[in-house]
Design a protein around this ligand. Structure first.
Ligand code: ATP
Length: 128
């Protein structure tokens, strides 16, 4: 957001914020291979949920964890770019910050896999 707009309010500022968010999302999707993998997984999981006609509660849980993974990856990319802005040299703290950012995505992925298994395994067993 342009610096002079920071104290302004109203629809114009809201629309600009929306545009900046879309631009950030587009960047992450275009440049981060992990985000592309997460998105492909999200589409596949939605297809599976539709195929098995999962319940509304299960949809909510799936959407929450899928959204959580995508959000964690987006924030992790922001951390990576911020670290790159601070230093391009090897630095133990840069490594620490990036590794911890990556850990946050990893944690959410593990939780998503566990919740996905809890929801889908009974459906798979049913069609066997
Ligand atoms: N400036 C740095 N100093 C020390 N270690 C770094 C630095 N930059 C990256 N690393 C190490 O290399 C790893 C990979 O960093 P990189 O910036 O390539 O991110 P990435 O995990 O490959 O993510 P992506 O490919 O999604 O951008 C980091 O997790 C960190 O351990």
């Amino acid at each position: 957001m342009a610096l002079e707009d920071r104290n302004r309010r109203g629809l114009k500022r809201l629309l600009r914020s929306f545009n900046y968010a879309i631009s950030g999302l587009g960047y992450v999707i275009r440049h981060e291979q992990n985000m592309q993998i997460h998105l492909a997984s999200t589409i596949a999981i939605c297809g599976l949920a539709w195929f098995f006609s999962v319940s509304a509660t299960e949809w909510v849980l799936l959407l929450l964890v899928m959204g959580g993974v995508l959000t964690a990856e987006t924030l992790n990319t922001a951390i990576e770019r911020t670290v790159d802005l601070v230093t391009e040299d090897f630095h133990p703290l840069a490594k620490r910050a990036k590794d911890i950012g990556a850990a946050s995505v990893f944690i959410f992925c593990i939780i998503a896999i566990i919740i996905g298994a809890i929801i889908f395994v009974p459906y798979f067993i049913n069609i066997l």
